[in-house]
Each structure stands twice: as C-alpha cells, then as structure tokens.
Write a protein that binds this ligand. Structure first.
Ligand code: FAD
Length: 385
C-alpha cells in the first residue's frame, strides 16, 4: 500500500538520502528480523554498520572529522526516515551520533575529538550518554557521581541508570560532579570513559519498549581515566548540556514524527483488509476519521520538526519551538499508537502483530530527553508564569 509521508519541500539530495536509508534498512534489518530482535533485545548491528558504511553516522559532523557537515534539516530527514522504518535503529544512531556524540564533537579537546569522532562516524566506536542516576533524573543538577582529581587521572565513583545502548557502547560520556562544593549547576563535568575500564560494570535492564536499544544501569567504582578525557571546561557540563539540548530534542521529535506515519499506514492497511459485517472496517466513517486524525497528528508532528530544524539552521536558539516540537511529536506518536491499537481490536492487543511493538516503542517519548512536564515548565517560564 502507498506511503503517506510526502516529500514536499525536500531537496533532491534529501529525497535520495531517504530512499537510500530505507533501502539499507530493508536489506540489513528486514521486518521479520526486527520482530525477532525485539524479542531477543538484540541491537540492530547489521543495519547500524551499513548506515555507517554509507556515511550517515557522520551526517551531522564536520567534514574534517569524517562527517558530511549536514544541516539540522538533513538530520531531521535522516532521523524521521529511520523513525519511520524502525525506531530502534533511529534510537541506536541518535544515541551515539547525537546524545553523546554532540558533547564530544562540540566540546572535547582537539586531540580527543580527532581520535574519537571519525571512529563514531565510521561506526567503529559507539557512544552513550550517562547522565541520569537512581536518585535524580529530571533534576540533572542533582547528580552525585563524583570525579576526583588524582595526579593526571580522574577517579570516578557513582551509579547511573536508564543509559540507552551502554551495553554496546565503547565509551560513555559520564556527567560527573568534579567540585562538590560548587553551586549545583557549576561543579559538573562530562568525562569520556571507556566501557572496558576496570571498575566499570554495566547491568542491562528490561524495558517496556525500544528493546533492541535498551537501557542499562552503570556502576563506577574507582574508575580511573586520564584528565585528557575531560570534555570541555572543568565544571562546564551544564553549559554543554544546554547547548546540546536543541539538537537532542529535534532528534527525538523527528524519530517520533516518522513513527507516527508508520503506525498510521499500518492501521490503514489493516483496516482496509479487515472485514466485519460484510465490509472492510475502513468503510466505516468512524474508522476513517480515526485514521485521518492519526494522519493529521503525523503531519503536525512533522511540521513542528521541520520548523525547528529551519530555525536551528538559521542560527536561532528556538527554545520554545524545540520544546513544543518535542511535546507535539512524542505525544502524537503515542496517541497514534493508542488509536492504531484500537483500530486493530484484539489484533492490536496481541503480541502476534506489530502494533503492540509500536505502542510500547512510542511510550518513552514523553519521558526521555527531558520529560514533557519539564518541557512544559520551560514553556511556562518563557510565558512569564
Ligand atoms: C527508555 C529510556 C532511555 C533513557 N536513556 C537515557 C540515557 O541514555 N541517558 C540518560 O542519562 N538518561 C536516560 N534516560 C533517563 C531519562 O532522561 C529520565 O527518565 C527522565 O529525565 C526523567 O527522569 P526520571 O525517570 O528520574 O523521573 P523523575 O525525574 O523522577 O520524574 C518523575 C515524574 O515527575 C515529573 N517531574 C519531575 N520533576 C518535575 C517538575 N519540576 N515539574 C513537573 N513534573 C516533574 C516527571 O516529568 C515525571 O513524570 C532514559 C529513560 C528511559 C525511560
């Protein structure tokens, strides 16, 4: 059945990228393999490696580090396409290239950047971002993991949780407290920590959705890393985090927008072939209107994403628009999945069909990347409330 996602406004290069990315995914992560990988909680290595080989993991990085110097709009096209195909692949790419990668590419010392970024772009090294802790999530400045200076090393102690893809990562960008006496937002620093460092342990966690790129708990006990692994200024993590937020939220929103389209197409195709009372259920106006509402939600999410991408490309901070796009896209994504599940009836609730996976995979959007309550706090503040 035909796709619902139009290509209006995309350049010839962006259309080609979309086609190429869909082709790579279909070849290296065919749909039956994805369902199996979801059950087995297996990272989509083959598709990830093929995307890296085609250069897409460097899309947003400068050319001097093996990247393509793509725009925010290019990034939105890539992640919307991956989110449309399968959110797990999109999540794997985003975690390394954007969540953790942006810290390295924007703030790491030149030598570290030159060593790490080309390898991330080539898919030879994967990164993950370790910020959240058992005692603190939304309140990032409440982190307790410490990095104490000892000669030419930092010695890190602490506990991180919900860290996506840490189990397949080669390095973690760990947000540590380097100065416990500094005001909350000042004494924090990001440090690049190899996952094979002695004293670092990773415990895979069972999550509801996005199971192929699942979260992990991290234990750090006297983990030693050279001071050269400090990313940016000591005590400068807050500024780095704030700088990277725009692109992170754009990425999350783009994945969700793409996923809305996938769910809507799946529900439409099911409705057209499901016969009840002698006719396809898609002939009932109530079902048609549900599907139209899903399509509107998908298109609204997409428009919010491309508006943010255009503003970021123009050098605007786009704080309000980014928070709004994150809310719109992630909430529309889950609403589409919920409505889609209803359209499938019992089949929607069954593990035999894909809809349950869409429902589970879409639920994290309003929680991660700064929950939607925190986004609304940002917006309330900007409204003078
Ligand atoms: C699947 C998954 C993957 C993740 N991946 C990563 C990762 O790779 N790296 C990483 O560092 N973290 C990751 N996280 C953690 C994620 O960023 C946090 O879950 C999120 O920031 C919320 O923190 P919390 O879970 O501690 O909830 P809490 O902060 O305890 O919040 C609980 C509830 O209270 C609300 N709340 C909290 N404070 C306020 C407030 N001031 N006003 C209004 N409401 C409030 C929240 O919105 C939420 O609804 C991941 C989480 C999930 C579920």
């Amino acid at each position: 059945m035909s796709g619902l996602m139009n290509l209006h406004g995309l350049t010839a290069e962006q259309r080609m990228m979309r086609e190429s990315v869909l082709g790579i995914c279909a070849k290296h992560a065919p749909w039956d393999a994805i369902r199996r990988m979801d059950e087995a909680r297996e990272f989509p290595h083959a598709a990830y490696d093929a995307l890296a080989e085609a250069g897409y993991l460097g899309l947003f990085y400068p050319e001097e580090y093996g990247g393509m110097a793509g725009s925010h709009t290019d990034l939105a096209v890539l992640l919307e396409t991956l989110g449309y195909y399968y959110t797990g692949i999109a999540q794997g790419v985003t975690t390394s290239m954007i969540y953790a990668g942006m810290h390295v590419v924007k703030f790491a010392p030149d030598a570290l950047k030159a060593e790490i970024v080309p390898q991330v772009a080539a898919g030879k090294v994967k990164l993950a971002l370790a910020m959240s802790e058992p005692g603190t999530g939304s309140d990032v400045a409440g982190i307790r993991t410490t990095a104490r200076r000892d000669g030419d090393d930092y010695v890190i102690n602490g506990n991180k949780v919900w860290i996506t893809c840490a189990h397949v990562a080669d390095y973690l960008v760990v947000i540590c407290r380097t100065d416990p006496s500094a005001p909350r937002h000042h004494g924090m620093s990001p440090i690049l920590v190899p996952t094979n460092a002695p004293g670092l342990r990773i415990r895979p966690l069972q999550m509801l959705g996005r199971r192929t790129t699942h979260a992990n708990e991290i234990f750090l006990e006297d983990v030693r890393v050279p001071v050269g692994n400090l990313i940016g200024q000591e005590g400068g993590a807050w500024k780095n985090i704030m700088t990277c937020l725009g692109v992170e939220r754009l990425a999350l929103a783009a994945i969700s927008a793409g996923h809305c389209f996938k769910i809507t197409e799946y529900a439409r195709d099911y409705a057209k072939q499901r016969i009840q009372f002698g006719q396809p259920i898609s002939d009932y106006q109530v079902i048609q209107h549900k599907l139209v509402d899903m399509h509107i939600m998908a298109e609204t999410a997409r428009q919010a994403v491309y508006r943010v991408a255009a503003l970021l490309d123009a050098g605007e901070a786009a704080v309000e628009e980014t928070s709004m796009a994150k809310i719109i896209a992630t909430e529309n994504n889950f609403k589409c999945a919920d409505m889609g599940l209803q359209i499938l009836g019992g089949a929607g609730y069954s593990m035999e069909y894909d809809m349950q996976m869409f429902f589970r995979d879409s639920r994290v959007g309003p929680i991660g990347g700064g929950s939607n309550e925190i986004q609304r706090n940002v917006l309330a503040k900007r409204m003078g409330l």
